[in-house]
Write a new protein. Structure first.
Length: 300
């Protein structure tokens, strides 16, 4: 059975950053990844806020992370992890679909996923007008009409942020009141560039090479309207990829793993980094920082 000093579960920016720091410390490590390295960042069309790189596509940045790990001979094990459990000796047994491994320390870097509307046209236009991160992609729509779908804090914050950049922001919500905090609602409804569209859902997105229109249905009257937009930001929530660790480490009410400033969980020897943990900001640069911190303390 393969035995590692540190097992890293997940290969986004957090996991790959942790791998480089652990390798530089001389540790025997492996990254476990189900399908492909890069996580959510690999689905981002362009990135303009990673320091030192003015503009780069998400796949290109994640490939550069991957090439960096390969320069340190980091092994990637492309197997789905089914279970992690602590052994009587204090190590961790990692069970995949086909094998079992032992690690002295475990770093959880499984990330989170944006909740989607579930439309086929949404899938087809992801990265070509449809986004799940206003701070990542908002600047690509300067002076253009966009829509935000959702009614919670994230949606309203996105609308306010985009109103500083875009020609107009349609705020589409399936109810007639927003669920966001009152102070945010007041700001949004008093902003002349934000136009709420109440009691409505998106039925379809239309566009050839990029997003051109959204088909909107009023849930009360069933009336159909078309919105000419260049961008749509889906903000109906996120879900951490933490189901595997339920009952193993402490989580908050939304399923994000609780850590301290050293990225340590309540289980000795287990760390959580990046979007899967409780954190005030989920960006590539903060995930990479988490990885550096976790690996440093795991190596100590």
């Amino acid at each position: 059975m393969n035995h590692f000093d540190i097992a890293i579960i997940g290969s986004g920016s957090a996991g790959m950053s942790a791998a480089i720091y652990a390798k530089r410390a001389g540790k025997n490590i492996a990254i476990f990844e189900g399908i492909f390295h890069g996580g959510q960042a690999a689905r981002t069309y362009e990135i303009e806020n990673y320091i030192g790189i003015p503009k780069i596509s998400g796949p290109d940045l994640m490939n550069s992370f991957y090439e960096h790990t390969q320069g340190w001979n980091v092994p990637f094990i492309y197997e789905n992890v089914d279970k992690v459990e602590k052994t009587s000796s204090g190590n961790f047994l990692i069970k995949t679909t086909s094998s079992e491994y032992i690690a002295n320390k475990t770093i959880i870097a499984t990330g989170a996923r944006s909740l989607e509307l579930g439309l086929l046209s949404e899938k087809a236009l992801q990265g070509r007008g449809i986004s799940y991160c206003s701070t990542c992609d908002g600047s690509f729509f300067k002076g253009k009409p966009v829509a935000v779908i959702g009614g919670g804090n994230t949606a309203v914050e996105d609308a306010l942020y985009l109103a500083e950049l875009c020609e107009i922001v349609y705020l589409i919500h399936r109810r007639d009141t927003l669920r966001a905090d009152a102070v945010l609602v007041d700001k949004a409804l008093s902003n002349e560039k934000i136009i709420p569209i109440w009691n409505s859902v998106v039925e379809e997105f239309i566009g050839d090479k990029s997003l051109e229109k959204a088909i909107i249905r009023d849930v009360k009257s069933n009336n159909i309207t078309e919105l000419d937009i260049s961008g749509a930001f889906v903000a109906i929530g996120n879900k951490p990829n933490s189901e595997l660790f339920e009952g193993f480490v402490d989580m908050d009410e939304n399923g994000y793993i609780k850590t301290n400033e050293k990225m340590q969980t309540n289980v000795d020897g287990v760390y959580a980094i990046g979007d899967v943990r409780t954190t005030p900001l989920r960006q590539i640069i903060t995930a990479a920082s988490d990885g550096a911190i976790a690996a440093t303390y795991a190596c100590r």
